[in-house]
Design a protein around this ligand. Structure first.
Ligand code: SF4
Length: 328
Protein backbone atom coordinates (compact mmCIF):
# COMPACT_ATOMS: atom_id res chain seq x y z
CA UNK A 1 0.00 0.00 0.00
CA UNK A 2 2.03 2.97 -1.24
CA UNK A 3 0.30 5.50 0.99
CA UNK A 4 1.67 4.03 4.20
CA UNK A 5 3.64 6.82 5.77
CA UNK A 6 5.49 5.34 8.71
CA UNK A 7 5.49 2.10 10.48
CA UNK A 8 4.47 2.60 14.05
CA UNK A 9 2.44 4.39 16.63
CA UNK A 10 4.16 7.25 18.42
CA UNK A 11 6.00 6.55 21.59
CA UNK A 12 6.63 9.44 23.88
CA UNK A 13 10.05 10.95 23.22
CA UNK A 14 11.06 7.98 21.13
CA UNK A 15 14.48 7.82 19.48
CA UNK A 16 15.03 9.08 15.94
CA UNK A 17 16.66 6.23 14.08
CA UNK A 18 16.63 8.02 10.73
CA UNK A 19 18.93 10.82 11.94
CA UNK A 20 22.66 10.59 11.34
CA UNK A 21 25.15 10.94 14.19
CA UNK A 22 25.92 14.42 12.83
CA UNK A 23 22.30 15.47 12.88
CA UNK A 24 21.81 13.93 16.29
CA UNK A 25 24.76 15.89 17.66
CA UNK A 26 23.60 19.12 16.06
CA UNK A 27 20.11 18.42 17.29
CA UNK A 28 21.41 18.13 20.80
CA UNK A 29 22.85 21.63 20.43
CA UNK A 30 19.97 23.29 18.63
CA UNK A 31 16.94 21.43 19.86
CA UNK A 32 15.63 18.57 17.79
CA UNK A 33 12.88 20.60 16.13
CA UNK A 34 15.54 22.76 14.48
CA UNK A 35 17.02 19.93 12.46
CA UNK A 36 14.13 17.69 11.50
CA UNK A 37 12.69 18.09 8.00
CA UNK A 38 10.03 20.77 7.94
CA UNK A 39 6.78 20.21 6.12
CA UNK A 40 6.01 23.34 4.16
CA UNK A 41 2.54 22.12 3.34
CA UNK A 42 0.40 19.05 2.95
CA UNK A 43 0.82 16.99 -0.19
CA UNK A 44 -2.54 17.10 -1.96
CA UNK A 45 -1.79 14.03 -4.06
CA UNK A 46 -1.02 11.90 -1.02
CA UNK A 47 -4.02 13.15 0.92
CA UNK A 48 -6.53 12.87 -1.92
CA UNK A 49 -5.22 9.48 -3.03
CA UNK A 50 -5.80 8.18 0.48
CA UNK A 51 -9.25 9.79 0.72
CA UNK A 52 -10.33 8.13 -2.53
CA UNK A 53 -10.39 4.78 -0.77
CA UNK A 54 -10.62 5.72 2.93
CA UNK A 55 -13.58 8.13 2.79
CA UNK A 56 -16.42 7.03 5.02
CA UNK A 57 -19.77 6.56 3.33
CA UNK A 58 -21.66 9.13 5.38
CA UNK A 59 -25.22 9.80 4.22
CA UNK A 60 -24.80 13.60 4.04
CA UNK A 61 -21.92 13.15 1.59
CA UNK A 62 -24.05 11.45 -1.07
CA UNK A 63 -24.58 13.33 -4.34
CA UNK A 64 -28.35 13.71 -4.01
CA UNK A 65 -28.09 15.52 -0.67
CA UNK A 66 -29.12 19.18 -0.82
CA UNK A 67 -27.33 22.20 0.72
CA UNK A 68 -30.08 22.41 3.36
CA UNK A 69 -29.56 18.79 4.36
CA UNK A 70 -25.80 19.39 4.57
CA UNK A 71 -26.51 22.39 6.79
CA UNK A 72 -28.66 20.17 9.05
CA UNK A 73 -25.79 17.67 9.32
CA UNK A 74 -23.36 20.44 10.28
CA UNK A 75 -25.64 21.65 13.07
CA UNK A 76 -26.00 18.10 14.39
CA UNK A 77 -22.31 17.23 14.15
CA UNK A 78 -21.21 20.09 16.39
CA UNK A 79 -19.96 18.32 19.52
CA UNK A 80 -21.74 15.08 18.62
CA UNK A 81 -20.17 11.96 17.07
CA UNK A 82 -21.15 10.70 13.63
CA UNK A 83 -22.70 7.44 14.85
CA UNK A 84 -25.21 9.30 17.03
CA UNK A 85 -26.04 11.85 14.35
CA UNK A 86 -26.60 9.44 11.47
CA UNK A 87 -29.99 7.90 12.46
CA UNK A 88 -31.40 11.22 13.66
CA UNK A 89 -30.28 13.00 10.46
CA UNK A 90 -31.81 10.30 8.23
CA UNK A 91 -35.20 10.58 9.97
CA UNK A 92 -34.99 14.37 10.00
CA UNK A 93 -34.36 14.91 6.29
CA UNK A 94 -36.99 12.32 5.35
CA UNK A 95 -39.52 14.23 7.45
CA UNK A 96 -38.39 17.80 6.74
CA UNK A 97 -36.37 17.83 3.50
CA UNK A 98 -36.41 21.61 2.99
CA UNK A 99 -36.06 24.78 5.05
CA UNK A 100 -39.75 25.61 4.54
CA UNK A 101 -40.93 22.19 5.72
CA UNK A 102 -38.72 22.53 8.81
CA UNK A 103 -39.98 26.08 9.40
CA UNK A 104 -43.58 24.86 9.18
CA UNK A 105 -42.97 22.37 12.00
CA UNK A 106 -43.55 23.56 15.53
CA UNK A 107 -40.45 24.20 17.66
CA UNK A 108 -41.61 21.48 20.05
CA UNK A 109 -41.72 18.94 17.19
CA UNK A 110 -38.18 19.93 16.31
CA UNK A 111 -37.04 19.46 19.91
CA UNK A 112 -38.66 16.02 19.99
CA UNK A 113 -37.02 15.00 16.70
CA UNK A 114 -33.65 16.16 18.04
CA UNK A 115 -33.97 13.25 20.46
CA UNK A 116 -30.91 12.60 22.59
CA UNK A 117 -28.36 14.43 20.44
CA UNK A 118 -27.69 16.81 23.32
CA UNK A 119 -27.14 20.57 23.39
CA UNK A 120 -30.80 21.12 22.38
CA UNK A 121 -30.32 24.86 21.84
CA UNK A 122 -28.91 23.76 18.48
CA UNK A 123 -32.35 22.38 17.54
CA UNK A 124 -33.99 25.69 18.37
CA UNK A 125 -31.38 27.60 16.36
CA UNK A 126 -31.80 25.20 13.45
CA UNK A 127 -35.53 25.88 13.44
CA UNK A 128 -34.88 29.63 13.53
CA UNK A 129 -32.40 29.22 10.69
CA UNK A 130 -35.02 27.34 8.64
CA UNK A 131 -37.52 30.16 9.17
CA UNK A 132 -35.02 32.80 7.98
CA UNK A 133 -34.00 30.80 4.89
CA UNK A 134 -37.62 30.03 4.01
CA UNK A 135 -38.83 33.60 4.41
CA UNK A 136 -35.82 35.73 3.42
CA UNK A 137 -33.86 33.54 0.98
CA UNK A 138 -36.61 31.90 -1.11
CA UNK A 139 -36.07 28.55 0.60
CA UNK A 140 -32.49 28.35 -0.74
CA UNK A 141 -29.46 28.10 1.52
CA UNK A 142 -27.26 31.12 0.70
CA UNK A 143 -23.95 30.47 -1.06
CA UNK A 144 -21.76 33.27 0.22
CA UNK A 145 -19.91 32.95 3.50
CA UNK A 146 -20.81 36.52 4.50
CA UNK A 147 -24.53 35.81 4.03
CA UNK A 148 -24.32 32.43 5.72
CA UNK A 149 -22.78 34.13 8.76
CA UNK A 150 -25.98 36.16 9.22
CA UNK A 151 -28.10 33.04 9.74
CA UNK A 152 -29.12 31.95 13.27
CA UNK A 153 -26.77 29.33 14.67
CA UNK A 154 -24.22 29.64 11.84
CA UNK A 155 -20.72 30.56 12.97
CA UNK A 156 -17.34 30.80 11.26
CA UNK A 157 -16.86 27.05 10.93
CA UNK A 158 -20.39 26.16 9.81
CA UNK A 159 -20.60 28.96 7.22
CA UNK A 160 -17.41 27.78 5.52
CA UNK A 161 -18.34 24.11 5.81
CA UNK A 162 -21.58 24.83 3.92
CA UNK A 163 -19.82 26.95 1.29
CA UNK A 164 -17.24 24.19 0.82
CA UNK A 165 -19.24 20.96 1.08
CA UNK A 166 -22.56 22.15 -0.36
CA UNK A 167 -21.31 24.63 -2.97
CA UNK A 168 -17.81 23.32 -3.69
CA UNK A 169 -16.10 26.62 -2.94
CA UNK A 170 -12.41 27.02 -2.20
CA UNK A 171 -12.68 28.26 1.38
CA UNK A 172 -10.74 27.16 4.46
CA UNK A 173 -12.75 24.92 6.78
CA UNK A 174 -11.12 24.80 10.19
CA UNK A 175 -12.39 22.59 12.96
CA UNK A 176 -10.54 20.91 15.84
CA UNK A 177 -9.47 17.99 13.63
CA UNK A 178 -8.01 20.26 10.96
CA UNK A 179 -6.19 22.41 13.53
CA UNK A 180 -4.65 19.32 15.08
CA UNK A 181 -3.40 17.88 11.77
CA UNK A 182 -1.95 21.21 10.63
CA UNK A 183 -0.24 21.79 13.99
CA UNK A 184 1.38 18.37 13.83
CA UNK A 185 2.31 18.25 10.16
CA UNK A 186 3.35 21.85 9.55
CA UNK A 187 4.46 23.08 12.98
CA UNK A 188 5.65 19.82 14.54
CA UNK A 189 3.61 20.70 17.58
CA UNK A 190 1.16 18.89 19.80
CA UNK A 191 -0.40 22.24 20.71
CA UNK A 192 -3.38 23.26 18.63
CA UNK A 193 -5.14 26.23 20.20
CA UNK A 194 -7.47 28.31 18.01
CA UNK A 195 -5.46 31.20 16.56
CA UNK A 196 -6.41 34.36 14.69
CA UNK A 197 -4.40 33.23 11.66
CA UNK A 198 -5.94 29.74 11.38
CA UNK A 199 -8.15 30.55 8.40
CA UNK A 200 -5.36 32.19 6.41
CA UNK A 201 -2.98 29.36 7.17
CA UNK A 202 -5.39 26.63 6.09
CA UNK A 203 -6.38 28.66 3.01
CA UNK A 204 -2.71 28.68 1.98
CA UNK A 205 -2.60 24.87 2.20
CA UNK A 206 -5.52 24.35 -0.20
CA UNK A 207 -4.80 23.31 -3.77
CA UNK A 208 -5.42 26.09 -6.27
CA UNK A 209 -7.73 24.06 -8.44
CA UNK A 210 -11.20 22.56 -8.10
CA UNK A 211 -9.79 19.84 -5.84
CA UNK A 212 -9.80 22.28 -2.91
CA UNK A 213 -13.21 21.27 -1.44
CA UNK A 214 -12.31 17.60 -1.55
CA UNK A 215 -8.92 18.41 0.01
CA UNK A 216 -10.78 20.12 2.89
CA UNK A 217 -13.02 17.09 3.40
CA UNK A 218 -9.98 14.79 3.28
CA UNK A 219 -8.08 16.87 5.85
CA UNK A 220 -11.01 16.70 8.26
CA UNK A 221 -11.35 12.98 7.64
CA UNK A 222 -7.65 12.40 8.34
CA UNK A 223 -8.02 14.18 11.69
CA UNK A 224 -11.20 12.25 12.50
CA UNK A 225 -10.05 8.71 11.76
CA UNK A 226 -6.21 8.61 11.54
CA UNK A 227 -4.56 11.64 13.13
CA UNK A 228 -6.76 11.44 16.19
CA UNK A 229 -6.13 13.41 19.37
CA UNK A 230 -5.14 10.64 21.72
CA UNK A 231 -3.75 7.86 19.54
CA UNK A 232 -2.70 8.98 16.08
CA UNK A 233 -2.46 5.97 13.79
CA UNK A 234 0.71 7.06 12.02
CA UNK A 235 1.17 3.63 10.49
CA UNK A 236 -1.91 4.28 8.38
CA UNK A 237 -1.11 7.90 7.55
CA UNK A 238 -0.78 8.82 3.88
CA UNK A 239 1.50 11.79 4.54
CA UNK A 240 5.20 11.13 4.05
CA UNK A 241 6.15 14.46 5.63
CA UNK A 242 5.00 15.23 9.14
CA UNK A 243 7.12 17.47 11.27
CA UNK A 244 5.70 16.22 14.57
CA UNK A 245 6.45 12.62 13.66
CA UNK A 246 9.94 13.55 12.41
CA UNK A 247 10.63 15.40 15.66
CA UNK A 248 9.83 12.29 17.69
CA UNK A 249 6.38 13.38 18.85
CA UNK A 250 7.35 16.18 21.28
CA UNK A 251 4.87 16.43 24.08
CA UNK A 252 2.51 19.30 24.63
CA UNK A 253 3.40 21.66 27.45
CA UNK A 254 -0.31 22.22 28.02
CA UNK A 255 -1.89 19.80 30.50
CA UNK A 256 -4.25 17.37 28.78
CA UNK A 257 -7.86 18.47 29.04
CA UNK A 258 -9.89 16.25 31.28
CA UNK A 259 -12.72 14.45 29.57
CA UNK A 260 -15.95 16.19 30.54
CA UNK A 261 -18.11 13.98 32.68
CA UNK A 262 -21.83 14.01 32.01
CA UNK A 263 -23.30 12.11 34.97
CA UNK A 264 -24.46 14.46 37.67
CA UNK A 265 -24.03 17.66 35.64
CA UNK A 266 -26.56 20.39 35.00
CA UNK A 267 -26.61 19.19 31.41
CA UNK A 268 -27.84 15.80 32.52
CA UNK A 269 -30.46 17.41 34.76
CA UNK A 270 -31.68 19.53 31.83
CA UNK A 271 -31.85 16.43 29.67
CA UNK A 272 -33.98 14.58 32.22
CA UNK A 273 -36.44 17.48 32.50
CA UNK A 274 -36.67 17.73 28.72
CA UNK A 275 -37.30 13.98 28.51
CA UNK A 276 -40.43 14.42 30.68
CA UNK A 277 -41.69 17.26 28.48
CA UNK A 278 -40.89 15.49 25.21
CA UNK A 279 -42.84 12.45 26.33
CA UNK A 280 -45.90 14.44 27.33
CA UNK A 281 -48.48 15.63 24.77
CA UNK A 282 -49.77 18.20 27.28
CA UNK A 283 -48.20 20.62 29.81
CA UNK A 284 -46.99 18.98 33.04
CA UNK A 285 -46.97 19.99 36.69
CA UNK A 286 -43.89 20.99 38.63
CA UNK A 287 -44.24 17.77 40.65
CA UNK A 288 -44.02 15.70 37.45
CA UNK A 289 -40.78 17.45 36.59
CA UNK A 290 -39.38 17.13 40.10
CA UNK A 291 -39.41 13.33 40.08
CA UNK A 292 -37.09 13.34 37.08
CA UNK A 293 -34.19 14.67 39.20
CA UNK A 294 -34.42 13.88 42.89
CA UNK A 295 -30.77 13.93 43.88
CA UNK A 296 -30.27 17.70 44.09
CA UNK A 297 -33.22 20.09 44.28
CA UNK A 298 -31.08 23.21 43.79
CA UNK A 299 -29.52 21.74 40.68
CA UNK A 300 -32.96 20.82 39.37
CA UNK A 301 -34.17 24.39 39.91
CA UNK A 302 -31.12 25.73 38.14
CA UNK A 303 -31.63 23.37 35.22
CA UNK A 304 -35.29 24.34 34.85
CA UNK A 305 -34.48 28.04 35.05
CA UNK A 306 -31.88 27.68 32.30
CA UNK A 307 -34.34 25.83 30.05
CA UNK A 308 -36.83 28.68 30.52
CA UNK A 309 -34.15 31.31 29.84
CA UNK A 310 -32.99 29.44 26.71
CA UNK A 311 -36.55 29.44 25.41
CA UNK A 312 -36.72 25.66 25.20
CA UNK A 313 -39.44 25.41 27.86
CA UNK A 314 -42.29 27.74 28.73
CA UNK A 315 -44.72 28.14 31.58
CA UNK A 316 -48.47 28.30 31.09
CA UNK A 317 -50.73 30.90 32.66
CA UNK A 318 -51.79 28.37 35.29
CA UNK A 319 -48.22 27.42 36.26
CA UNK A 320 -47.71 24.26 34.20
CA UNK A 321 -44.61 23.60 32.09
CA UNK A 322 -44.38 22.70 28.39
CA UNK A 323 -41.96 22.55 25.49
CA UNK A 324 -41.69 25.87 23.68
CA UNK A 325 -44.79 26.53 21.59
CA UNK A 326 -46.96 24.09 23.55
CA UNK A 327 -47.75 26.25 26.56
CA UNK A 328 -50.81 28.05 25.18
S1 SF4 B 1 -0.27 13.60 10.35
FE1 SF4 B 1 -0.88 12.64 12.27
S2 SF4 B 1 -1.19 10.48 11.77
FE2 SF4 B 1 0.03 11.41 10.09
S3 SF4 B 1 2.17 11.03 10.66
FE3 SF4 B 1 1.60 13.06 11.47
S4 SF4 B 1 0.95 12.65 13.58
FE4 SF4 B 1 0.94 10.70 12.50
Amino acid sequence: MPWLGCSGLPATKRSLPSLSAFHAAIGFELGIADIVPQASGIDAGELLGWFDHAERDLPWRRPEVTPWQILVSEFMLQQTPVNRVEPIWLDWVARWPTPSSTAAAGPADVLRAWGKLGYPRRAKRLHECAVVIATEHSDEVPREVETLLTLPGVGAYTARAIACFAYRQRVPVVDTNVRRVVSRVVHGSAENPARAGDLDEVAALLPDDQAAPRFSAALMELGAIVCTARKPRCGLCPLTECRWRSAGYPESSTPARRVQRYAGTDRQARGRLLDVLRASPAPVTRAQLDVAWLSDAAQRDRALDSLLVDGLVEQTANGLFALVGEGD
